[in-house]
Design a protein around this ligand. Structure first.
Ligand SMILES: [Zn+2]
Length: 114
């Protein structure tokens, strides 16, 4: 059996980080919740498409990932092409948690939902 649990974390315009622990099947439902903010999530059987407004350069960045890739990789980082900072993390719960923890002592508050 494949582990379908996946966590996603993204930077908000106010520089806080939203972290969501979910699973691959429920990812699609997240966009309803966060659509009005800065993240748009689309998913079909094979691919996950994420478009989000970048808190560093204020432009929208688009990311495409294979569902398979998400399930088998511990961590996928989506970065800002203009500033080199990460704005999106997808992967296993512990990996995401550790990365956020490393950054949280700078100036981020962490919001955990679900
Ligand atoms: Zn950017």
């Amino acid at each position: 059996m494949c582990n379908t649990e996946v966590s996603i974390a993204f930077k908000n315009p106010d520089n806080t980080i939203t972290k969501i622990d979910t699973n691959i099947f429920e990812l699609k439902q997240l966009d309803k919740k966060y659509y009005e903010g800065t993240i748009i999530i689309n998913k079909n059987k094979k691919m996950l498409y994420i478009s989000m407004k970048c808190s560093f350069c204020n432009k929208f960045h688009g990311y495409n990932y294979k569902i398979k890739e998400i399930l088998y990789k511990d961590l996928i980082i989506g970065g800002c092409k203009n500033s080199g900072n990460f704005i999106l993390l997808i992967g296993k719960k512990e990996m995401i948690y550790n990365i956020i923890k490393e950054h949280s002592d700078i100036n981020n508050k962490i919001y955990s939902t679900i």
